[in-house]
Design a protein around this ligand. Structure first.
Ligand code: PLP
Length: 380
């Protein structure tokens, strides 16, 4: 009997991926962590575990429903208030994941006749949000990575062709997840002001890590509290899980009435909120953690000849997929958990190692990786 049509289709697609060397698999953690986003080393901190357990005892293991039904506990309100205060915004709305937030808040804000402009290297969740907005009738403009001249030209050309009430939204990662470089938020804010556009910044890799008290790139660049929509995640530097959007009360009210990823999803469970609250407290109280993660990244960048960046992400450009995989495997065999990132996560021909650093790493471990990289990458 012939295999069913869907099985034949999937089998061919799997063969094709293998032939390209692009098949993905889940590899368990092993060796020294140089690939997680646990920048502050909080993921295994016993204080977060204890806070999670206490939250479960006091408020239950699950929320039991969506926020708009019975899913809101005092911890949801407490965490939203604490995040708004940290990010210096009027309000905050929790989302279950960063992916859910980005994928559903864009189509909640722009519709037919509107436009969304997105940096070419934005995270996949913003890309999907943009596609949803376009499916809903909005114009989608992709501007060259960090190129505000290109963005300005696209905004001006679009604005000239639409009625005055049409809304433009500009979306950008703060720190780019695969390159570790950063957007220029003051310049983006100026540009958006000039064109009457709404700015959404994704601080997933900056929250907890950048700025005087870890509030993120906006704080580091002197525009703390000025970005109208700041999205961030709780599962990276803060060691928990989930996401949030900090904004004013009007935007929050709009999102909780219209963002489908917020409305139609069970609220974050109390243990996650307990851990996030404790992670947030520690992120502010223990600045040595972010200094250490950033110093480790700077230490890795120097021998690679890379300019310093405000992030704990150090890409090692390789090019061919197979070479990136070979390098990662070889470093893994030496005890370093370094992962290769291949297309389509990164552009064609730009496979790389994506090395990350965290406060839990020791100086000797960084030095050992520097030496291993020197062996593996002669000429680096
Ligand atoms: C990780 C990440 C997300 C997704 O957040 P999750 O909470 O993991 O779903 C969104 N944007 C960026 C830039 C990210 O790196």
């Amino acid at each position: 009997m012939l295999p069913s049509p869907w099985r034949q289709r999937l089998w061919h697609q799997a063969e094709h991926r293998r032939a390209l060397g692009r098949d993905r698999a889940i590899h368990p953690a092993g060796g020294v962590d140089f690939c997680s986003n646990d920048y502050l080393g909080l993921r295994r901190d016993p204080r977060l575990a204890e806070a999670a357990a206490a939250a479960a005892r006091n408020h239950g293991s699950g929320a039991g429903g969506a926020r708009l039904l019975r899913g809101t506990t005092p911890l949801h309100d407490e965490l939203e208030a604490a995040l708004a205060q940290w990010k210096r915004t009027e309000a905050c709305l929790l989302f279950n994941t960063g992916f859910q937030a980005n994928a559903t808040l864009l189509p909640a804000l722009v519709g037919p006749g509107d436009a969304v402009f997105s940096d070419a290297l934005n995270h996949a969740s913003l890309v999907d949000g943009c596609r949803m907005a376009r499916a809903g009738g909005a114009h989608l403009g992709i501007y060259r990575h960090l190129d505000l001249v290109d963005l300005g030209a696209q905004l001006a050309a679009w604005r000239a062709s639409v009625p005055a009430e049409a809304l433009a939204l500009v979306a950008s990662d703060a720190v780019f997840s695969m390159d570790g470089d950063a957007a220029d938020l003051p310049a983006l804010l100026d540009l958006c002001d000039r064109h009457g556009a709404l700015l959404l910044i994704d601080e997933a890799h900056a929250t907890g890590l950048l700025g005087a008290n870890g509030a993120g790139l906006a704080q580091l660049q002197g525009v703390h509290g000025r970005v109208p929509l700041v999205m961030g995640t709780l599962g990276k530097a803060l060691g928990a899980f989930g996401a949030f959007v900090c904004c004013d009360a009007l935007l929050r009210e709009h999102l909780l009435n219209t963002a489908r990823g917020f409305i139609f999803s069970t609220a974050l469970p109390p243990p996650v909120l307990g851990a996030a609250l404790e992670g947030l407290r520690i992120a502010q109280a223990e600045p040595w953690r972010r200094k250490r993660a950033l110093a480790h990244a700077a230490h890795l960048r120097r021998p690679l000849g890379q300019a310093d960046q405000p992030s704990a992400i150090v890409p090692v450009p390789v090019g061919p997929d197979a070479e990136a995989v070979r390098l990662a495997t070889s470093l893994q065999a030496r005890g370093f958990d370094v992962r290769a990132v291949r297309p389509p996560t990164v552009p064609e021909g730009s496979a790389r190692l994506r090395i990350t650093t965290g406060a839990h790493l020791e100086d000797v471990q960084i030095q050992a990786l520097v030496e291993a990289l020197a062996l593996e990458l002669p000429g680096a």
